[in-house]
Design a protein around this ligand. Structure first.
Ligand code: GDP
Ligand code: MG
Length: 207
């Protein structure tokens, strides 16, 4: 599908996880609209779900996670997060709880999170059993997938799944609010950044 400005929904999804787990690699399949000068990079892709055109904006950290210096602006407006670890490096899995806390502190409470065990091609080096990560994800209300950015296995599926999950939730919410239709501000596009709650907006404060 051609890139363009005609879309029904725009979803911001952030990539998080320890340095070296393959976040930037995972993003390779997207069109890069790099904005590395401001310390983030993002890529976009347009896909169809039902009869709607969804534009996904995938944000990458440009390496800031190395210094634990991800700013709250990175998380602002994100409706989804891919929390990536390396199946061959246990410490990156152990740090998942820290990343979840980071999301709790900085992201919208309703953000949809997918736990992604990357580098599944490194079978001989596996340090995190699939079943353990799957159970952890279930306990924490995360979806779960293992991927290999190297051989492109499941990367596509990870993005498709999280975007479909987001779409399902957003569209059911707009059904609930159907007495007050969403009015696009400009043109014919609707941008959904996150659930807008004026209370959290006011108390959101800053860093
Ligand atoms: P980031 O710091 O999380 O953005 O990680 P990068 O995307 O920079 O990847 C770190 C290293 O892991 C690079 O050398 C990649 O080539 C390698 N890498 C990324 N994904 C995979 C994968 O699925 N399998 C293997 N074997 N290596 C990978
Ligand atoms: Mg990176």
């Amino acid at each position: 599908m051609a890139e363009g400005s005609n879309f029904d929904f725009l979803f911001k999804v952030v990539l998080i996880g320890d340095s070296g787990v393959g976040k930037s690699f995972t993003r390779n399949e997207f069109n890069l609209d790099s904005k590395s000068t401001i310390g983030v990079e993002f890529a976009t892709r347009t896909l169809a779900i039902d009869d709607k055109t969804i534009k996904a904006q995938i944000w990458d950290t440009a390496g800031q996670e190395r210094y634990r210096a991800i700013t709250s602006a990175y998380y602002r407006g994100a409706v989804g997060a891919l929390l990536v670890y390396d199946i061959a490096k246990h410490s990156t899995y152990a740090n998942v709880t820290r990343w979840l806390k980071e999301l709790r502190d900085h992201a919208d409470a309703n953000i949809i999170i997918m736990l992604v065990g990357n580098k599944s091609d490194l079978k001989h080096l596996r340090a995190v059993p699939t079943e353990e990560a799957k159970a952890f994800a279930a306990e924490n209300d995360l979806s779960f997938i293992e991927t290999s950015a190297l051989d492109a296995s499941n990367v596509e599926s990870a993005f498709q799944t999280i975007l479909a999950d987001i779409y399902r939730i957003v569209s059911s919410k707009s059904l609930e609010q159907s007495s007050e239709p969403i009015k696009p501000s400009t043109g014919d596009t609707i941008t959904v950044s996150s659930s807008v709650d004026p209370r959290t907006k006011q108390s959101g404060g800053c860093c």
